[in-house]
Design a protein around this ligand. Structure first.
Ligand code: HEM
Length: 384
């Protein structure tokens, strides 16, 4: 709120990335993301060679991670997105719902009889992880390894924490490379196998392209949804009038999930964009190559778009939040995320009618992360 009073676009120095402009109003965020002509994702399209130079000195394993649809502009972006679009369409996700229910129930079975639990480690993290692993076709015995590898990245505002997380990232990339080779263990009906056989304009994807795509789907699809489910549950448990309404009328689940998306804003800000030319925008002059990001969390609390923006209201409608971004890079997995969150939250509320936050509220800690709103723990009392 404070930033937005300084203007719709605010200059800031961020750790690691350096000087940047943040769009802090709903209108400026939407404009930034929809105008891919003037604001490119790939800095090379804005005349900057910095990323190219950095990628040259990075180990190849890390460098290839930048080469995915979210890092490209059209036409390359469109080419890569078209390959996986089908797997995330409404009908595919609808067909996946029984699997999501089954996986959620299997995780909740393990909580039966326990008086208390940390839902973060025992439910919210595991559900999206199991689903994305299943979609990719990764062998089930390997799912647990990811928790350790990816658990290291807790504080992205700290350069040393980011460096410490690199070995985990490298392990994931090596694993994905091995498993994506023929005979590497990926299941035939999963996305990995489909990508191996995919052809665009007569060409198959290179091993690097497949690994990069897997890593993006893995990262984008797992953490974000984890924090939607945990942050959404936390919002419900700390706004008990809203929880009671939802229990009385489960038909409110779709608007409840949209409100969780808005109120939590799991992705707090987007990836950077780069001005492709000198331009005047939102009443300011900008130079070619300058860096911008959309501060989605601020857009989602903009009083110009939302009445009482800091109130958690599960009946809010319409709810034009920007939690999935907008424009060219609008989230590929939005239907999957909605399905996982509504099934996950419904199953847990059904199973534990007396669910409450554990008494020691201070145990519910938020990570110090820049781009993601992330609870570290969610301790709850399961039974009265
Ligand atoms: C893009 C949010 C779940 C895959 C994005 C973007 C946002 C976002 C804000 C745009 C980033 C930008 O423009 O810089 C979320 C949230 C989720 C979620 C809040 C859950 C609550 C998922 C899931 C998947 C997924 C489950 C798939 C497995 C992607 C991909 C992109 C993307 C591939 C890039 C799309 C492109 O470049 O065209 N997401 N996401 N996301 N998301 Fe999600």
């Amino acid at each position: 709120d404070r930033m937005r009073t300084e203007g719709p676009v605010v200059r800031l120095r961020l750790p690691i990335v350096g000087r940047t402009w943040l769009a802090a109003s709903h209108e400026s965020c939407a404009e930034l993301l929809k105008n891919s002509q003037d604001f490119a994702r790939d800095p090379a399209n804005a005349g900057s060679r910095t990323q190219e130079r950095i990628l040259k000195v990075l180990p190849r394993t890390l460098g290839l991670l930048a080469s995915n649809m979210l890092g490209h502009d059209d036409p390359e972006h469109r080419r890569l997105r078209a390959l996986v679009d089908d797997a995330f369409q409404r009908r595919t996700i609808a067909a996946l719902k029984p699997t999501i229910v089954e996986m959620a129930d299997r995780l909740l079975d393990k909580l039966d009889g326990k008086p208390e639990a940390d839902l973060m480690t025992e439910f919210c993290r595991d559900l999206p992880l199991s689903i994305i692993c299943a979609m990719l076709g990764l062998p089930e015995k390997d799912h647990d390894r990811f928790k350790n590898w990816l658990g290291g990245l807790k504080d992205t505002a700290n350069v040393f924490a980011v460096i410490r997380a690199i070995p985990g990232v490298i392990s994931v990339v090596r694993y994905l490379r091995r498993v994506s080779r023929p005979g590497g263990g990926a299941r035939r009906e999963g996305l990995i196998a489909a990508l191996r056989e995919a052809e665009i304009e007569g060409q198959t994807l290179s091993e690097d392209e497949i690994v990069s795509m897997m890593f993006l789907l893995f990262g984008a699809g797992q953490e974000t949804t984890t924090h939607l489910i945990s942050g959404g549950l936390y919002a419900l448990l700390t706004n008990r009038d809203q929880l009671s309404r939802l229990r009385q009328d489960p038909g409110l689940m779709p608007t409840c999930i949209e409100e969780c998306l808005r109120y939590v804003s799991p992705v707090q800000m987007t990836k950077p964009r780069f001005a492709t030319r000198d331009l005047i925008w939102q009443g300011r002059q900008f130079r070619r190559g300058e860096m911008f990001a959309a501060f989605l969390a601020a857009a989602n609390c903009d009083p110009a778009r939302f009445e009482q923006p800091h109130t958690f209201d599960i009946t809010r409608h319409p709810n034009p939040h920007l939690s999935f971004g907008t424009g060219l890079h609008f989230c590929l997995g939005f239907q999957l995320a909605r399905a996982e969150a509504s099934i996950g939250i419904q199953r847990i509320l059904d199973r534990f009618p007396d669910l409450r936050l554990a008494r020691r509220l201070e145990d519910t800690k938020w990570h110090k992360r820049l781009g993601i709103r992330a609870l570290a723990r969610l301790p709850v009392r399961l039974a009265a």
